[in-house]
Design a protein around this ligand. Sequence first.
Ligand code: ZN
Length: 148
Amino acid sequence: MRPGDRFRPEDPALEQLDRLSDGWGCRLRADDPQHQLAVGIARDLRAAGFELHDCAAHAPTGGVCLTPSSSPPASYAGVIVTWTQHDVLAHAGDLFGVHSDVQEVMNYALADVLAILGWRVEQFGQASAHIVTGPRERTLDAEQEAER
Ligand SMILES: [Zn+2]
C-alpha cells in the first residue's frame, strides 16, 4: 500500500487533488494517460505534507507543480515535478539569488522525497526539474516482506 492510499475518503488532504492540471491550463481529465500516475504522486506528496500548486488557476501561493508529459520520446512520458514559490518570491527581482537557490533546493528535495516514497525519479531538462515515470520496481521478496 502506498502512503497516499492510507487517507480516509473524507480527509481534507484529498481536496487538493482537484488542483491537478493538464499542463495546458485546464484541469487534469480522468482520461489523461498520466492521470492515474499524477493522482498517485499527488496523494503521496500530500501524505508527506506538501501543498499542491493550483497551476491552472495561476494561484499565487506556490506549492508542488505536477505536469503530465506524454510527448515523445517515450522516456519523457510521466509526470514532471517542480516547485513553485509564492509570488512574493517568484516576482522579487531584488531577491533573484534567493529565488533561484530556493528553487533548486526544493526541486532536489522533492526528487529525494519522491524516491523515498518509492517512485522512479529522473532528472528532466537542463535545470533542477525531475520527472516521475512510475512506481519503482520492487523485488518479489520486498513485496512479500511489505505484506507481512
Ligand atoms: Zn504550478
